[in-house]
Ligand binder design. Structure first.
Ligand SMILES: *Cc1c(COP(=O)(O)O)cnc(C)c1O
Length: 507
């Protein structure tokens, strides 16, 4: 663990003038070019443009190198090639047609880029050629507050948990509450593609939404309503049954419909939320025995404090209570339903709780209180906004509502396009929260407004309106920010409002 490779990320971006950008601007070697060229095929209807820099440290003599490069791109029907750097300029004669420039800046100044439209533009440049400037000149500025969800990181985290639990334990992906704000359909899709065995939502309508969007994995519903049984059954959603009245209702429904129905039995081993109490078990077994048309797919319980070693004894007690009760019920049923009790924290902290299935929620996003686990996981979520305006503030002037933000000396503020209506808590005002701008941490000043907030950027040089401000996911961890807001990552994630655009990234 520990050292991670530098992100070699390839980004597909919308460009200006109906261009599509394939931004692979972190490396330029032959293999990278070979891998990137097939991406052109996704955009058959567009003109192909290639922007490349000198190839550095290839270990191949220039003549041979450029013979190979031109061979690679020969059959690609590329309409325009732009080269950046002295080496490529020297080797111009290898190409049928190429425009060369010594630097990214000179290309931008030339105006050559403004002639590009309706094209798919592949950018491959060695780091020192600063292709981000070219990308910047070509990409559509989104200028909105956005939550980036890195699907590769999510996939990595899922694989990590697969390795921790081994092949005999299944995973149930908790995608309730819009998959903790990350977007239920997209997250469910990637989990489904990764072969997740079960998904769980809180309410029937969340399950219906998934079914209407291509999710065919089994789905458990934690809060089934009796009036919705029809809907549940027609969308193949499976109710969690947590008390005798629900059990009687589902029994009656299945008898009336003359249908076998899959159910999940929830036991309360100490959480004191939903579930049959331990003292209910004998009666529960008797009743289930009379309801052969109900098929108990799983038996579950929920841990109250698996993240906290202080409550280890209680957690072990819950696990044991659960195993005993689940054993008794299974014996009586005459078949073995899936047993599950572990949430994210318990996967790492209580291997004895893995059982037949674990319920993975927050940690699929790379969030964990366990340091070993945290190092093994990758960050999935990055929330970004931008600077709407920059202002100088003189000594003694105040900032924002209630005149709470005070400047002791002359300074500078940036107004950012995020406020409490986006999910940026008012508790983060007056320096409690920080934003990352140009790699530096800038504290909030004054109160957080509904759609905006102000940060102190007195010490930050070279920033301008439109620049990005990272809320969390870069230097600022979601966990830290949640702490500053006196809450937990779960609440912070699920509070990100629906007007914040969700962007899904693949590296
Ligand atoms: C939300 C939820 C989970 C997932 O919890 P995490 O801490 O996010 O892993 C597991 N089980 C139940 C019953 C839940 O409601």
């Amino acid at each position: 663990m520990g050292i991670k490779p530098i992100s070699m990320r390839l980004e597909i971006k919308e460009g200006v003038r109906n261009n599509q950008l394939i931004d692979d601007s972190y490396n330029n070697d032959l293999d990278g070019l070979k891998l990137a060229l097939p991406l052109y095929r996704r955009y058959e209807e567009k003109k192909k443009v290639l922007i490349i820099s000198d190839f550095i440290e290839t270990g191949i003599a220039e003549e041979e190198l450029y013979r190979q490069i031109t061979q690679l791109i020969e059959n690609q029907k590329i309409e325009k090639i732009i080269g950046i750097g002295a080496q490529i300029e020297r080797n111009k004669h290898h190409f049928k047609q190429i425009h060369t420039y010594s630097t990214a800046e000179s290309l931008i100044e030339s105006g050559d880029l403004t002639g590009l439209h309706d094209s798919v533009i592949l950018l491959k440049g060695a780091r020192k050629f600063a292709f981000e400037k070219i990308v910047n000149a070509l990409e559509t500025k989104t200028h909105c507050t956005q939550l980036e969800i890195n699907l590769d990181a999510l996939q990595h985290n899922l694989s990590y948990y697969r390795s921790v639990i081994g092949t005999n334990t299944k995973i149930m992906g908790m995608v309730k509450a819009q998959a903790y704000g990350a977007g239920a359909v997209e997250i469910a899709k990637i989990l489904q593609t990764q072969g997740i065995e079960y998904l769980t939502v809180a309410y029937t309508d969340e399950g219906v939404h998934l079914r209407n969007n291509g999710i065919y994995s089994p789905i458990m519903v934690m809060n089934p309503q009796v009036e919705e049984f029809d809907k549940m059954v027609s969308y193949a959603l499976e109710p969690e049954i947590y008390n005798f009245s629900l059990l009687a209702a589902i029994d009656e429904y299945s008898t009336n419909q003359n249908k076998n129905i899959k159910i999940h039995i929830k036991l309360d081993t100490g959480m004191k939320r939903l579930g049959f109490e331990m003292s209910d078990i004998p009666k529960l077994m008797d009743e289930l025995n009379q309801m052969p048309q109900l098929w108990v797919v799983s038996i579950l319980s929920h841990l109250a404090a698996s993240e906290n070693p202080k409550h280890k004894e209680f957690t072990l007690y819950q696990i044991n209570q659960f195993k005993e009760a689940a054993q008794a019920i299974s014996d009586r049923l005459g078949y073995k339903p899936l047993w599950h009790i572990a949430n994210s924290a318990a996967i790492q902290n209580y291997p004895e709780a893995h059982l037949d299935m674990v319920r993975l929620g927050i940690s699929m996003y790379g969030i964990s209180g366990n340091s070993v686990e945290k190092n093994a996981l990758e960050n999935v979520l990055t929330l970004k906004t931008f600077i709407s305006q920059i202002k100088n503030v003189a000594k003694g002037e105040t900032v924002g509502y209630g005149r709470i933000g005070q400047f002791e000396e002359d300074g500078k503020i940036a107004t950012l396009a995020i406020g409490y209506a986006d999910g940026y808590s008012r508790a983060l005002g007056n320096g409690q929260g920080v934003f990352e701008i140009h790699g530096q941490l800038c504290p909030t000043i004054g109160s957080i407004c509904m759609d905006m907030c102000m940060v102190d950027v007195s010490k930050i040089k070279g920033i301008k309106e439109g620049d990005e401000a990272i809320v969390f996911g870069g230097k600022i961890q979601l966990g830290q920010l949640a702490k500053s807001a006196q809450t937990i990552p779960y609440e912070m994630m699920t509070s990100i409002s629906s007007r914040v655009k969700r962007i899904y990234i693949r590296e």
